[in-house]
Design a protein around this ligand. Structure first.
Ligand SMILES: [Zn+2]
Length: 241
């Protein structure tokens, strides 16, 4: 049983969240959901003890409530930050495993909120980095540093092209080099999982973008070839939101 007297929310209250949870468990009340959301998740970066304490109950509701599913996903995305609740998060392991299965089933139903669900599932897999930075590849840029000559390289993966380039303040992306996408067999780890899932669910643009993101890029300055996802991850660690 959760000791709610120690589970404060964003407003340092301990009694509202359990009352609101009881209410939404009885009926899908929009007002109660709204208050739950702002009490459990503060803006874009913080999550509080009440959020982790509420997580198992939100996951139980998530199979029949899109609001519960969305709120549980948001809490997990925030779990990357510094919240001082590692013990509470560890207690949620069973609920998070259940939530992963639920999100995976939801993805296979080809929902309109496919990308948001995909990002929630990445967070539930503790892939907070990709959960925070992955876009839909219509207009995406990734900035990294060439591992050999240290020049700043812009990686573009979008409808207008897939290239590495030097970003010039006045001229835009210059010295473009076409990216080399990873083959299906060339993918491993989380890149492979992301690609296979997008292919399974018929999300061609997403799968194609992931194959490029986990592929290779060429530095426009020194012509060295590097693994884009690796360099981007190391360039952006530990920036998490
Ligand atoms: Zn270089």
């Amino acid at each position: 049983m959760v000791n709610w007297t120690q589970m404060h929310d964003c407003y340092m209250d301990v009694d509202r969240v359990p009352a609101l949870l009881e209410r939404v468990e009885l009926e899908d009340n929009a007002e109660a959901w709204e208050e739950l959301r702002y009490r459990l998740v503060l803006e874009h970066d913080l999550v509080f003890p009440a959020g982790f304490a509420a997580l198992p109950r939100l996951v139980r509701l998530a199979s029949r409530s899109a609001r519960a599913r969305g709120l549980a996903g948001t809490i997990l995305r925030r779990a990357a930050g510094h919240h001082g609740c590692d013990d509470l998060l560890a207690d949620c392991a069973g609920a998070i495993a259940e939530f992963r299965k639920l999100l995976d089933r939801h993805l296979q139903s080809r929902p309109v909120d496919y990308l948001a669900t995909f990002l929630d599932l990445l967070a539930a897999k503790e892939q907070y980095h990709w959960s925070a930075v992955l876009g839909d590849f219509t207009d995406d840029f990734y900035h990294l540093t060439c591992p050999h000559c240290a020049v700043e390289v812009t990686i573009a993966i979008g409808d207008y092209g897939r290239y590495s380039a030097i970003r010039d303040w006045h001229q835009g992306d210059v010295d473009r080099r076409v990216l080399r996408q990873a083959s299906r067999e060339g993918l491993s780890g989380i890149g492979r999982w992301m690609h296979e899932t997008a292919v399974r669910d018929g999300r061609e643009a997403l799968a194609d973008g992931i194959a490029h993101l986990f592929g290779k890029g060429e530095c426009p300055c020194c012509a060295s070839v590097f693994n884009i996802a690796e360099e981007y991850t190391s360039a952006n660690r530990p920036v998490l939101r």
